[in-house]
Ligand binder design. Sequence first.
Ligand code: TYM
Length: 336
Amino acid sequence: NQRVLTGITTTGTPHLGNYVGAIRPAIAASRQTDTDTFYFLADFHALIKCQDPEALNQSTREIAATWLALGLDIDRSVFYRQSDIAEIPELMWILTCVCAKGLMNRAHAYKAAVDANLAEQEDADKAITMGLFSYPVLMAADILMFNANKVPVGKDQIQHVEMARDIAARFNHIYCKKAPLLALPDYQVDDNVAVLQGLDGRKMSKSYNNTIPLFLTEKQLQKHINKIKTNLLEPGEPKDPDSSTVFQIWQAFASPEQTSDMRQAFADGIGWGDAKKQLFALINEEIGDARERYHDLLARPDDIEAILQQGADKARAISKPLLEKIRTATGIRRLS
Ligand code: TYM
């Protein structure tokens, strides 16, 4: 069976972009029988961006509850928390020792942070932590620890998966030329899955502060949708669907028929207020039931914890023996 693995950083509250781009396709894949799926909460990655303990813990809880409420099949899929798998940071160290520093210098996320510091005339070497610099090595350990073949991600993460592949090849070359221990992963970017736009028309992202959280109350959801930026065209004036965020989000939730109907409605001059009301109804129908399950689950953190512990047991059954082989290959082993 093909091994599919992906992670989600436990900062912030899940938004429609995470749902459409990552969670919805992942949950659909968890129900397929010809793939083994591994989904995890990347809480070690969260430490890079978040040094507020309560916020990190709350986000972990919310993201776990989100996946479960949306119907992740926890019998078929391995669902765990990164920090429960002690083998991952250990593998990270081993990989750090075969990874050229120059590879990390080229990482987009690191370069963007350097540029941002330069722009503010701050000393990047003081502001950027080793955690941010080494982020792709930790991500490589996440992937390689489970010999994942396919890593579904958004475009922003492609480079990291390519780095994981490079690092795996380097490890195999040094330590196990004849029988490679690490599988070379491929990224999977689904072109049918949209990069959802946020309230201001840019990519929906926590860092742009333009998100629509997934499980708002109905009232709040309508309120957020009303905040989506539009042009000033009045009802009755034809509108261009392809430059409209309202239409872009519509498309991500609608059937093909509903999409072509909305396209026609734009041509016929549907008013923005009306289009947004319809968008609310469409999204609400898809996630309404999950919202209730989500709030039930959030009230039962012990149940979420028990599920994560079961997932960690399943994950460790795979990571422990592989790490043992990796240790042996490197010479970290008992004397005999
Ligand atoms: P993170 O937590 O930033 O995002 C999780 C996933 O959601 C996708 N995504 C989006 N897709 C469509 N539209 C959007 N507006 C949108 N916003 C986010 C992201 O591309 C990502 O796939 N480093 C990773 C987490 C990670 C990981 C891993 C992933 C840690 N280890 C190992 C795969 C394999 C991250 O920060 O994703």
